[in-house]
Write a protein that binds this ligand. Structure first.
Ligand SMILES: *Cc1c(COP(=O)(O)O)cnc(C)c1O
Length: 357
């Protein structure tokens, strides 16, 4: 239990509560590794509004979530006929499915009819170009939905890019999609539009333009990870070995270029350590991180672990469950059991232990 996430429970939950008060229409996104906290743990968090509805990434996650929460579940991935988990989940009236291609309406309706009915959102494509029907497709989709008695459509869904180019207009695109859906007669009636990656100002602008349609942002990162002071990833020191200059170490049997200390620290590739950039900073910080994480002249790579205020070099590529780090002789080493600060991307790190304190 050596790669740990320490969570200041009071501070984290205070943040979640105030987030929910600021944005009461939020649909919390719970997917993947549960943003580092764990998928099941996030499902169990009561949250500011007792999460009447949450969103998951995949149908496999939807099936898991059905057994763990009584909330409604938005499935972000669009329905596909060949997804076995999708077949298993169509029967639950707690799910809101996403349809993203005109020709999926008919087979989905057939599956829904066998299961006794289903609720859907129609996804409209944006500049992101991940999934979605075009605005020109909406009249045909409306006709197909009207013909499918077993399917109730009450929502549109739009997923916008995070980094925008000048001239992009996610608010305008969202309003245009809602207007076109109303003209086409989508929804019986259309009561909500689910959006992703709009700012508070953009949400307000959409709300001003759509009348009584609920505008519901689907948010994960800014919710769960929005107060970085509320959680601290750490790796535990498992062993400390003095290294003489020229001494060999590790799987690769490299020679130490100078005397120092070899640290064996909990956390390796199976937990996501050392596989990618430590986090996703932008701008100058990003350039600096990329420069730092590139190999040094000696062929070493900078690790995400810090000791005595600095990131430390990997002694060699991380192993499955541990990492080997080098400390120069001038730095007093930690003791076995000490914890090192760790700068990792929360969505790609699997902690052995999440300690909510
Ligand atoms: C993952 C996801 C989100 C949540 O994204 P965050 O950046 O974590 O808030 C929202 N919408 C869709 C469609 C997603 O796939």
């Amino acid at each position: 239990m050596t790669l740990r996430l320490h969570v200041d429970g009071d501070r984290w939950r205070t943040h979640l509560r105030s987030f929910g008060e600021r944005e009461p229409e939020v649909v919390p996104v719970i997917k993947g590794n549960g943003y580092g906290f764990g998928f099941e743990r996030l499902l169990a968090e009561p949250g500011p509004n007792h999460w009447g509805e949450i969103a998951v990434g995949t149908y496999a996650e939807a099936v898991a979530a059905l057994g763990s929460t009584s909330a409604g579940i938005v499935v972000l991935s669009p329905w596909r006929r060949h997804d076995p988990s999708a077949g298993a989940a169509v029967g639950s009236d707690r799910l809101l499915h996403t349809l993203s291609r005109p020709h999926d309406v008919e087979p989905f309706a057939a599956a829904a009819a066998r299961a006794g009915g289903a609720r859907v959102a129609v996804e409209v494509i944006t500049d992101l170009r991940r999934h979605g029907v075009t605005i020109a497709d909406l009249p045909g989709v409306a006709r197909a939905l009207a013909a499918a008695g077993s399917v109730t459509c009450t929502a549109l869904a739009l997923h916008h890019p995070i980094d925008r180019r000048t001239g992009s207009d996610p608010v305008g695109q969202t309003l245009a999609a809602v207007a076109a859906a109303r003209t086409a007669g989508i929804g019986a009636p259309l009561t909500e539009v689910l959006v992703s990656h709009l700012s508070a100002e953009e949400l307000a602008a959409v709300r001003r333009g759509v009348g009584d349609v609920r505008v519901r942002p689907r948010i994960g990162t800014a919710l769960w990870l929005g107060d970085p002071g509320a959680y601290t990833p750490r790796g535990t020191v498992l062993d400390v070995h003095p290294l003489a200059r020229g001494e060999r170490y590790g799987y690769r049997q490299r020679r130490a270029r100078a005397a120092g200390t070899l640290l064996v620290v909990g956390g390796g590739t199976s937990q996501g350590i050392g596989l990618a950039a430590p986090s996703a900073p932008r701008g100058v910080a990003r350039l600096r991180t990329l420069a730092m994480s590139s190999m040094s002249a000696s062929g070493l790579a900078l690790s995400p672990f810090s000791w005595a205020g600095r990131k430390r070099w990997f002694a060699e590529p991380p192993h499955m469950q541990v990492s080997l780090l080098l400390l120069p002789a001038s730095v007093p080493p930690p003791s076995v059991g000490d914890e090192l600060a760790l700068d990792v991307r929360m969505t790609t790190t699997t902690f052995d232990t999440v300690l909510v304190e």
